[in-house]
Design a binder for this molecule. Structure first.
Ligand code: TRP
Length: 452
């Protein structure tokens, strides 16, 4: 820990700036790429209900806990957990930094897809009606000569924004572009639900069939909630460490969770009805958005134009998320090892890019190489979203709920109302969720999954 840097630690310029940056972290490929396909694979509406229940109980509570840890400690996840809880708790910080690195590696691959798709859309070939979008996608992901350079471009962009530092880079990028993405998602969802044949997709997304719910559904919903909210690895701790004490953490978390859920719902409405309208299979897996959305663009005037704009905005949403994966790693290296921002950002980004190459290849030439029946990209996804993030969240809940509760109560009370340090109304419910339901539910889901 480097105490001297703390007084000078850069902070968000405004309250809106922080909410936009944190929402920028949450809203990303997790909402538009991951959510619709895992919902599709797990029965649609039943999954949606379980997902929403997790988000608005455990998810928001753990997000508040992470922000409070970060703000109280004013440092990176490793330093923060060590400062507040002692040496052993720093393990939670290290787990997070490792998870951030692993997620960043495969996230870069998918983000590269969106960049390539923006170009394919611009060329007009993809949005032509009758184009075989499934075949286009299969050919594209299997071609490393396209996917690896696209991932490289995306990583360079991520590094460039993180180099700009917290305020200069992260905050400004989020403020402008987030609202645009929401607008275009609304337009897409509106078109998708009015496509002929969309009704079956709407029923799939909104009428639950709980007979299909099993332990796997719960594990997947839990992992999706953590992934989508950017919790479980200290990204929110890192962002919280740039937060001033006159800001209301609970309020900020409410906005972030609300915007993230809205984005996922809009993506669901844009994609799932269109899946059925186009006669595609909701269980098509990770390619679902890339296969489905071009069919929606083919059905609207100026489809190529809107399609290009959409994939550019999605790449930008991915960028405001990927920077929140790189930033905790860089903050750790700066705060704990006294390294400099520029070389460390480049080194960490380059290393994550190197690890992204096997992920990219796992959908093409290396498709035959599997562990536990999964290729490398799927494996990293399952390891992080399915195990590391929930374990991280479990530890955050126990840490805040049982180990440093009084300190954290004071932290969430700072910046509330007139600023007299009264605990906010939700404080006791929050602490109770962290103490009991969160650890029990997460441990139970992880254990039943491990034993299944
Ligand atoms: N939440 C982002 C998304 O939905 C991904 C992400 C960014 C993330 N930072 C994170 C996931 C930290 C887990 C932890 O696309």
């Amino acid at each position: 820990m480097n105490g001297k840097t703390h007084q000078r630690r850069e902070h968000w310029a405004s309250r809106l700036g922080f909410v936009m940056a944190a929402a920028g972290s949450a809203v990303g490929l997790g909402n538009v790429w991951r959510f619709p396909y895992v919902a599709g694979e797990n029965g649609g509406a039943a999954f949606l209900i379980i997902y929403l229940a997790i988000v608005f109980t455990l998810g928001i509570s753990i997000m508040i806990a992470e922000l409070a840890i970060g703000r109280a400690a004013q440092t990176n996840p490793v330093g923060a957990t060590r400062l507040l809880g002692g040496r052993a708790w720093a393990g939670l910080g290290y787990l997070g930094v490792l998870a951030a690195f692993l997620i960043l590696s495969f996230y870069t691959v998918i983000a590269g897809w969106t960049l390539s798709y923006a170009m394919k859309m611009a060329s007009g070939a993809l949005s032509r009606s009758g184009a075989d979008t499934a075949q286009t996608f299969a050919g594209f992901v299997a071609d490393p000569a396209q996917t690896i350079p696209a991932a490289a471009v995306f990583m360079v962009l991520t590094i460039a924004v993180v180099l700009g530092g917290v305020k200069g880079g992260i905050e400004r990028a989020s403020m402008v572009l987030m609202p645009l993405l929401f607008l275009i998602l609304v337009a897409l969802a509106t078109r998708a639900v009015t496509l002929p044949g969309a009704g079956a997709g709407l029923r799939f997304f909104l009428t639950p069939d709980f007979s299909k719910v099993g332990v796997a559904t719960l594990t997947t919903a839990l992992g999706q909630a953590f992934f989508s909210l950017s919790i479980g690895l200290g990204a929110m701790m890192t962002y919280g460490s740039y937060l001033d004490r006159d800001q209301n953490i609970g309020h900020a978390a409410g906005w972030v969770v609300g915007l993230d859920t809205l984005a996922a719902m809009l993506a669901g409405f844009a994609i799932l009805p269109a899946v059925f309208a186009a006669g595609l299979n909701p269980e098509a897996g990770p390619g679902l958005a890339f296969v489905t959305l071009p069919t929606v663009f083919a059905s609207i005037p100026l489809g190529a134009l809107f399609g290009t704009l959409f994939f550019v905005l999605l790449a930008i949403a991915a960028l405001t998320s990927s920077i929140s994966l790189l930033e905790p790693i860089v903050a750790y290296l700066i705060d704990e090892h006294g390294m400099r921002r520029v070389p460390m950002t480049i080194a960490a980004g380059a290393a994550a890019f190197l690890l992204s190459i096997p992920s990219a290849l796992s959908l093409g030439p290396w498709a035959g190489f599997t562990v536990f029946g999964k290729g490398i990209l799927d494996l990293l996804d399952a390891l992080t979203a399915g195990i590391m993030l929930p374990v991280g969240g479990l530890l955050v809940a126990i840490f805040v709920g049982w180990v440093i509760a009084p300190r954290m109560m004071a932290e969430i009370s700072a910046g509330v109302g007139a600023g007299h340090g009264q605990p906010p109304r939700f404080a006791r419910l929050w602490l109770w969720i962290l103490r009991l339901p969160a650890p029990v539910a997460i441990a139970w889901i992880l254990l039943s999954w491990a034993m299944a």
